[in-house]
Design a protein around this ligand. Structure first.
Ligand SMILES: [Mn+2]
Length: 253
């Protein structure tokens, strides 16, 4: 039995409109009896089910922050027009767009968790990774500590790169990326062409437990029916997404 002093949080991120993966993760969280959910954003963007995903998250009791690709949905002129962005905007109703616009960029939960989408001062700069011409290179700890300066919480939560990872920095800060609920790999050209890969198609999230000053993190991966969102991606003209969803791998071509 859990001792009364243990507090548990489920950390989810980068759902990207994958309602099927989200339902699997939320079922697991419910089954485990975890009541606090922190959502690190990029919840809706993509060729899958933005509206169905928004409907679930809007009615979920969670602490959410906004992702860069959530921001593009309600900020005209921010992004290059694309058929996928256009479809997302058409698929959502005004109430979903208004709800997105109200979500804060960062927030502190229970004075202990600092939640942001990518890194504390940017919603696009990876916290863990430096993107070079050769791909993603893990940053030095000094660089990570500099990026986290001014954070006075024991735990920093970052998403955006879709790779589940936890690092305890020498200053005692625990940094957790829960991985992506809905998109296990992708190709991007900002700041230059690179791929990020979870390596398998599972949906992922993290569980954080606090026992007084002691924090424990568990990374969870779950099977779900990834063929269904992959087929939706194909129907909506995104063969690339279908392949990422089915394999958790992406290639630079
Ligand atoms: Mn992002």
């Amino acid at each position: 039995m859990q001792r009364a002093t243990v507090k548990r949080y489920a950390v989810i991120s980068d759902i990207h409109g994958n309602r099927w993966a989200l339902e699997t993760v939320l079922d697991d969280i419910k089954r485990k009896g975890i009541e606090r959910i922190v959502n690190l954003g990029d919840s809706l963007y993509g060729p899958l089910d933005p509206r169905g995903t928004a409907e679930i998250i809007m009615h979920l009791n969670s602490f959410s922050v906004l992702g860069n690709e959530d921001r593009l949905i309600f900020t005209p002129g921010e992004a290059e027009p694309s058929p996928t962005l256009h479809r997302v905007q058409k698929n959502l109703g005004q109430k979903h767009i208004d709800w997105l616009g109200e979500i804060p960029v960062t927030r502190t939960v229970d004075d202990n968790l600092f939640a942001c989408h990518a890194s504390p001062h940017s919603d696009t700069e990876y916290f863990f990774w430096n993107i070079c011409s050769g791909g993603a290179v893990l940053r030095r700890h000094e660089e990570m500590r500099r990026m986290a300066s001014g954070i006075h919480c024991p735990v920093l939560l970052c998403g955006h790169d879709h790779v589940a990872q936890s690092i305890s920095l020498q200053n005692g800060l625990l940094v957790v990326n829960p991985g992506s609920v809905g998109l296990p790999a992708y190709k991007d050209d900002i700041p230059q062409l690179h791929v990020m890969q979870a390596g398998s198609p599972h949906t992922r999230y993290a569980i954080l437990s606090q026992d007084n000053a002691e924090w424990t993190v568990e990374h969870i991966l779950l099977e779900y029916d990834w063929e269904t969102p992959a087929a939706v991606a194909v129907k909506n003209g995104r063969q690339d997404w279908a392949s990422w969803l089915r394999t958790g791998k992406a290639v630079v071509d």
